[in-house]
Each structure stands twice: as structure tokens, then as C-alpha cells.
Design a protein around this ligand. Structure first.
Ligand code: NAD
Ligand code: ZN
Length: 382
């Protein structure tokens, strides 16, 4: 069954299966996995050589421990450290990464290990998909966003001048190790941005999880490890189920883009940088999706209010204040949206909702409703 979970012999580790037949893999969730990554990776490794790829924020914190644990299993461990940040996901850096790894004298059984957030996971996964036409890789995600989203599901890639993530491959890892303890060193703002993606799973099809987040979200943000483990587990189970049903996003997987069509337009306007993180854009985008759904008569305005209340409680913004949006136009936002990867036959496919936990996919013919939603956010931006 997709997304089934079993307790490991060690009560601190929960195992979740992404059921993709021969490409299926386990997600292990727990505290202290970094220290034990050698023995946890060893059973799935086809060869004795591994290359750990990390960034210059994460490496000083965790790389030594990862290397020591892998060497404890008699593995030959090499490392590559990239500069932290979205700019690393470029063609130039991808080439450099591939050449660096090739210069190490790798073979088909060499395994790449991505130790970092979504940036490291995406570029390392794409390098694994491409080097020698495909070598194995393992994800050790270190941000909340990477643990609940980017490390699971096999989307890998880099950015281009034409937009984000436009070159890449579907390429599944051998294993994902989500160590919730590493979230303690994450900047609070990054943690919150990842939390938006957690809320997303409740909104898509799990009202009970949304209610759980209303009661426990604050504790999770403030460091409660049990709450973090539960939320990572529930989020990964939700993603694993959808990915198992629709690995290459020909249908249902697009539900995971709730808030993203709007969010990408906001990211494009703010320049994909520190001004607005991806998860922050998704948080606002999800509110936009609920407002549009209400304007189209699909759900009540109370759903949007409830979502805004929860986001405000944990500290996530849901408006455009302070982003310089006074100078933006609804036309420009709509133009960004129509350049999204998810456009089919020229029509934008939106994730709309009949309520919390009741999302569905649809195109929107009512342009006035869409523009009135965009205008309402823009006019409230001062
Ligand atoms: N493949 C997918 O399905 C998918 C899904 C969603 C997002 N993404 C991609 O993921 C990327 C965003 O991922 P992200 O939010 O993890 O960003 P990120 O990788 O840039 O990490 C955010 C920051 O946190 C630092 N960091 C990471 N872990 C840390 C830790 N434990 N302690 C201290 N600092 C730490 C990083 O160095 C970085 O500065 C984007 O490029 C996005 O396109 C991919
Ligand atoms: Zn996202």
C-alpha cells in the first residue's frame, strides 16, 4: 500500500514506503538519523563509494558527522561543498558539479548523497540522473521544506533564464533520511516557510490534519520534536500517496501545486530571493486560491478566514505588505501565471477548493473573478 508506515525496531525511527514498484524507496523519519546515517544507508548502497554533496551553511554543521558515520561502515567517502542559495541551481554550477564528481573517478555504483535543503537535493538529484546516464542517490534533507516536500517524489532539476526548475528529470532516490533534530539549527524564517507546505497537505485533502495543525502548529514551530516528527510523517505520507498514484504529474499530482501558481507569480515579481521565500509565497498563494474559490462560489469566505487565522497564529504573512507590490499590476501577475509549467493547451490549471481538505483541479474561465482577487491583494498591499 502506498504510504503505509511501520515502526522500526528503534522507536525513534518511523519508516514510510513510497510505493513505485522497482523504483520504490523508504523515507526514514526520526531524531538522531545523521549520527546513524552510515548504518541506515549501507543496506541500500550498491557499491562502496559515496559522494556527499552539501552547501557551505550545512557542511560546517553536519558534514563531519555524516562522513564519520559513513566511514564507520568502511565506505570510501568523498565530499563536494557548494555555495548556499538558489543561485547554485544554475547550468554553470551543474556543469561544475558534474565535472568535479567525474574527476573523482566515479563508476555506476557510486552513490551521491544530498545533504542539505531543496537546492542541494534538486541539483544533486539531477546530477545523479545525468552522470553515467544515472547513478544512485540518497537524500538527507535538512530544511523542513525539503523534508516534507522536495526530497520526496523524484523531481530534480535546475533553473534557467526562462524560469525556475525548467530543466530537470524525474529521478527517484534510493532512500530519504529526514532527521527532525537538524531543524533546530534552521533560521526561524526558513522553518516557517517550510511550514506553509505542511499546511498545504491539510488543505488538499486532510481536514483532520489541518485541525491538528491548528492545535499543534505553534508547538511545532517552537521546537516540539514529537510534533515535528508527526507533521513530517503525515506530510510525507500524503505526498508518497499522490506520487505513487501519479509519478510524472499527468493528473492528480498537480494538487500538490495548491497556492503555487499564485505563489510563483509573487516569486517572479520579488526576484526569487530573500525578499520572499518560496514557502512564504506559497502561504499567500494558498490564501489567494481560497479567495478565488470563494469568488467562484465554490467555498465560503470562512475557509479563507480560518486559513488566515492559522497562518497569523504561527507567524506566516498572508498579504503583500512591504513587498513593493504598490508597483505591481494584476496583468503582470497573470502574465507570470500563464508562463507556469502547469499550463496545458494555453490554459492555466488552478488548484481550487470546496473547503479545507477539499482541493481539486480546474481551469478558470472567469477572468473577472481572477483579476478581482489579484486586485484585492494589490490594493491591500500598502
Ligand atoms: N524537487 C521538488 O519536488 C521541489 C519541491 C519544492 C521545492 N523545491 C526546490 O527547493 C528549493 C528550496 O529549498 P529550501 O527551502 O530547502 O532552500 P535551501 O536549500 O536554499 O535552504 C535554505 C537555507 O537554509 C540553509 N540550511 C539548510 N539546512 C539547514 C540546517 N539544518 N541548519 C541551518 N541552515 C540550514 C541553507 O544553506 C540555505 O541557506 C528551491 O530551489 C525549490 O525550487 C523542489
Ligand atoms: Zn512548494
Amino acid at each position: 500500500m502506498p504510504g503505509t508506515s511501520t515502526k522500526d525496531q528503534n522507536p525513534q525511527i518511523e519508516t514510510l514506503r513510497v510505493d513505485l514498484g522497482t523504483r520504490g524507496y523508504d523515507i526514514l523519519i526520526g531524531s538522531d538519523l545523521i549520527e546513524r546515517c552510515g548504518s541506515l544507508c549501507w543496506p541500500v548502497l550498491p557499491g562502496k563509494t559515496v559522494v556527499v554533496v552539501s552547501d557551505d551553511n550545512v557542511a560546517p554543521l553536519y558534514l563531519d558527522r555524516v562522513v564519520a558515520s559513513l566511514e564507520g561502515q568502511d565506505l570510501d567517502v568523498k565530499t563536494v561543498i557548494l555555495q548556499a542559495g538558489e543561485g547554485t541551481k544554475s547550468f554553470a554550477n551543474f556543469q561544475k558539479l558534474c565535472e568535479t564528481i567525474l574527476a573523482m573517478g566515479i563508476e555506476r555504483k557510486t552513490t551521491l548523497i544530498a545533504l542539505g535543503g531543496g537546492v542541494i537535493g534538486d541539483i544533486t538529484g539531477y546530477a545523479a540522473a545525468s552522470l553515467l546516464r544515472g547513478i544512485p542517490f540518497i537524500q538527507i534533507p535538512t530544511t523542513l521544506l525539503a523534508q516534507v516536500d522536495s526530497s520526496v517524489g523524484g523531481k530534480t532539476g535546475i533553473n534557467t533564464a526562462h524560469g525556475k526548475n525548467l530543466v530537470g528529470a524525474f529521478y527517484q532516490p534510493l532512500l530519504v533520511l529526514a532527521d527532525t533534530e537538524v531543524l533546530n539549527t534552521l533560521e526561524p524564517r526558513q522553518l516557517l516557510a517550510g511550514y506553509a507546505e505542511v499546511v498545504k497537505y491539510g488543505l488538499i485533502d486532510d481536514f483532520a490534519f489541518f485541525q491538528w495543525l491548528e492545535s499543534n502548529g505553534k508547538a511545532l514551530i517552537n521546537g516540539d520534536d514529537a510534533a515535528r516528527r508527526y507533521a513530517v510523517h503525515t506530510s510525507c505520507a500524503a505526498k508518497a500517496k499522490i506520487v505513487a498514484e501519479d509519478e510524472k504529474e499527468t493528473g492528480r499530482r498537480a494538487l500538490l501545486n495548491l497556492g503555487h501558481t499564485f505563489g510563483h507569480a509573487l516569486e517572479a515579481e520579488t526576484g526569487y530571493g530573500d525578499k520572499l521565500f518560496h514557502g512564504e509565497a506559497v502561504a499567500i498563494g494558498m490564501v489567494m486560491a481560497y479567495r478565488l474559490s470563494a469568488r467562484l462560489g465554490l467555498c465560503t469566505g470562512q475557509d479563507e478566514e480560518r486559513l488566515i487565522r492559522h497562518m497569523a497564529e504561527v507567524g506566516l504573512r498572508t498579504d503583500l505588505k512591504g513587498l513593493g507590490a504598490e508597483d505591481w499590476t494584476a496583468e503582470a501577475l497573470a502574465a507570470h501565471m500563464s508562463k507556469d509549467k502547469k499550463v496545458t493547451d494555453g490554459k492555466i490549471i488552478f488548484v481550487l477548493a470546496k473547503g479545507i481538505g477539499e482541493a481539486f483541479l480546474s481551469s478558470v474561465d472567469d477572468r473577472d473573478a481572477l483579476f478581482s482577487v489579484l486586485d484585492s491583494f494589490l490594493s491591500g498591499s500598502k
